[in-house]
Design a protein around this ligand. Structure first.
Ligand code: FES
Length: 164
């Protein structure tokens, strides 16, 4: 069976104050079942070389939770804003189509796919976009988990297909 690859077209920029360095670079990495965009970027990270054979600086992006919670991995995937940790290669490029990755356009670029989201955090502070806990609410002990369920679930919480 022919080896399958994941093709990425990545918008690069060498720094926040380097807009003149904006460019596209293309990468091809070996396909693995259940890959997401982050794991494909990690493959690029191992040996950052473009499809035309040029060795380049590793692509910069952010990820933290890998479970679609923190939002740090958000970028444009094929032109749509989405969290790249839940962007599955099998769904967005089932036949080896090229996946285009760009930084979000509403935030200043820090480097490559990483943006400065400080403005959003400042806005959240300004409108107090959180649930205020002042200690007067009885929170209770939380849901109980049986030891059997703990044994079953803990190994699952530790499983990560790729290093992050
Ligand atoms: S890494 Fe947290 S949402 Fe993707």
């Amino acid at each position: 069976m022919a080896e399958r690859f994941v093709n990425l077209r990545v918008r690069r920029q060498d720094g926040a104050d380097r807009p003149e360095t904006r460019r596209w670079e293309e990468f091809r990495v070996p396909y693995q079942p259940h890959m997401n965009v982050i794991s494909a970027l990690m493959e690029v990270q191992k040996a950052p070389k473009t499809t035309d054979g040029k060795t380049v600086a590793p692509v910069v992006w952010e990820c933290v939770c890998l479970e679609e919670v923190c939002g740090s991995c958000t970028m444009l995937v094929n032109g749509k804003v989405r969290q790249s940790c839940s962007a599955m290669v099998d769904q967005i490029a089932p036949n080896g189509e090229t996946i285009t990755l760009e930084p979000m356009s509403k935030f200043p670029v820090v480097r490559d796919l990483m943006v400065d989201r400080q403005r959003m955090f400042e806005d959240m502070k300004r409108v107090k976009a959180w649930i205020h806990l002042d200690g007067t609410h009885e929170l209770g002990p939380g849901p109980r988990e049986s030891p059997e369920k703990q044994e079953e679930r803990y190994p699952l919480s530790r499983w990560l297909p790729y290093d992050c």
